[in-house]
Design a protein around this ligand. Structure first.
Ligand code: SF4
Ligand code: FE
Length: 487
């Protein structure tokens, strides 16, 4: 099955072996249909449905370099700078459609970074990781998998190396080596969409030293592998999905789509040899971490921009409902939101256009520009959200619940006093306010704001890379040459 539909994807999740998921202190027997988890699955399902929509096929699909088949772009190894740019456009499109994190990009970014790194390890060490990895990619493409790119370990005491931690499990590591594979233990934190995935591609989270040998492990396991437990991450206002008024889920703000983050614990999980793509080659951990980070920092120049488009649309709509759309200060604020959002897009496109081919054959973004992109993402969405809240007025946090709309005793009062401009239905004004609440304070704010700050690495991680790649000495030479200084 080369291209699944959203429903095929949902069915494929149901066909997994039972997985252990904890949410609100209880084990969830059927994660696929749980009202909170379902919303996050709807977002991933879009990556399948849009690939089957003739209008979006060029953006959403690609030709596999391994088999020549048409595949979902989320499983694609980028073949040109155009491919890299198309990826950014695709992520913007999906962000526009769901207004939240649609989770599948982490796997795409992991596929590309492990592909290029395994090639380089083999060249130096004579291993056969790349060949194994190609077989894994073929499987992922052919089965149209959603893959959790699992990089971030819980890290414990940040001043200590993985091998120096009091609890050795605080970073994922090999606890047993067998003839047929290895056994791993540890956890990955902030895992985007892991419960909604078919498999996990596990990578080391930082540059390992020789002592951290057992922690330099890159491997793949099925999402339903024995020994994996998922702990669902609570997000602001998530229980709104359980408290649906008879009037509908107006108070959710974004009734259909949601994101997903969780803690994943690997308790003695077996990995067969053919799914091991790095085991102890510590000197290649920087290459893997930095290339993965660069791809995912590029991604933010697409997905967050798509969600930013929704914030801009919401700003204009609520201004219209309030009768102030033509006010000059409103127009100016919307212009500023657009300027900031398009700057992020420009960064995403620029690091793609300046990408280069790796020795393995796939294309990697310009690492400096990808880090600049993400550094801007740690700031601009906050300003865009601030401007939206400014334009919206305070009602998005003081608005009575949808249940007051349902109660005949209170409905007329709500409709009378929450009315906006003439001809605007009060219920529509409330829906837009709830969307604004969702995007800037609620569940989608996790994906739009906090993830903009910390996803794909917190701001300082980008500053380290920007400083390292800044070429300061070259720039000093330029300045000295102009000033005619020879020292
Ligand atoms: Fe994709 Fe953006 Fe979510 Fe990362 S944050 S998984 S790039 S939608
Ligand atoms: Fe992310």
């Amino acid at each position: 099955m080369a291209l699944m539909t959203g429903n095929d994807y949902r069915e494929s999740l149901r066909k997994r072996k039972p997985i252990t998921v904890f949410l609100y202190g209880e084990r969830v027997d059927n994660p696929v249909d749980h009202p909170i988890i379902k919303a996050s699955i709807n977002s991933v399902a879009l990556t399948y449905d849009l690939a089957n929509d003739p209008q979006y096929r060029d953006l959403m699909t690609a030709k596999s370099i391994l088999t020549g088949n048409t595949i979902n772009r989320f499983c694609h190894l980028h073949q040109s700078t155009e491919d890299l740019q198309t990826k950014v456009k695709m992520l913007r499109l999906i962000g526009q459609k769901c207004g939240t994190c649609f989770q599948r990009c982490v796997g795409m970014d992991a596929l590309n970074s492990v592909f290029l790194t395994t090639h380089e390890i083999d060249k130096k060490h004579g291993t056969n990781y790349h060949e194994r990895f190609i077989e894994y990619v073929k499987l992922a493409e052919g089965k149209d998998w959603t893959i959790d790119g699992a990089m971030t370990d819980p890290k414990g005491d940040r001043s200590k190396r993985p091998s120096e931690q009091v609890d050795p499990d605080i970073y994922v590591h090999v606890v047993q080596r067998r003839e047929d594979g290895v056994v791993i233990r540890g956890a990955k934190a902030h895992q985007t969409g892991a419960i909604n995935s078919h498999g996990h591609l596990i990578m080391p989270t930082l540059n390992m030293r020789e002592d951290d040998h057992d922690y330099a492990i890159c491997c793949a396991v099925p999402a339903d592998a024995h020994g994996i437990t998922y702990y669902y991450g609570r997000q602001s206002s998530d229980q709104r999905r359980l408290d649906v008024s008879p009037e509908g889920d107006i108070d959710c703000g974004n009734p259909v789509y949601g994101g997903q983050e969780c803690l994943v614990v690997y308790d003695n999980v077996f990995v067969p040899n053919e799914r091991i793509f790095m085991d102890g080659e510590t000197t290649f951990t920087p290459r893997l971490v930095e290339s993965f980070a660069a791809y995912h920092r590029q991604s933010y120049g697409g997905c967050k921009v798509g969600v930013g488009d929704i914030l801009i649309g919401a700003a204009a709509t609520i201004a219209q409902y309030n009768g102030v759309l033509q006010a000059s200060h409103i127009r100016d604020k919307i212009t500023e939101m657009t300027h900031l959002n398009e700057t992020l897009y420009a960064c995403g496109m620029a690091c793609s256009a300046c990408g280069t081919q790796t020795p393995a054959g796939n294309y990697l973004v310009d690492i400096l520009l990808a880090n600049v992109c993400k550094q801007n993402v740690t700031r601009f969405p906050f300003e865009i959200a601030r401007l939206l809240q400014d334009i919206a007025g305070g009602l998005f946090v003081t608005c009575p619940s949808a249940r007051e709309l349902h109660n005949p005793q209170t409905r007329t009062i709500i409709e009378k006093y929450l009315a906006g401009a003439e001809g605007v239905e009060t219920v529509n004004r409330i829906k837009m306010l709830r969307l604004i609440e969702n995007l800037t304070l609620g569940r989608a704010a996790v994906g739009y704001l906090t993830e903009s700050m910390h996803g794909a690495g917190s701001p300082q991680a980008q500053r380290i890379m920007i400083h390292r790649l800044a070429g300061i000495e070259e720039k000093q030479k330029l300045a000295k040459a102009l000033a005619q200084i020879e020292d």
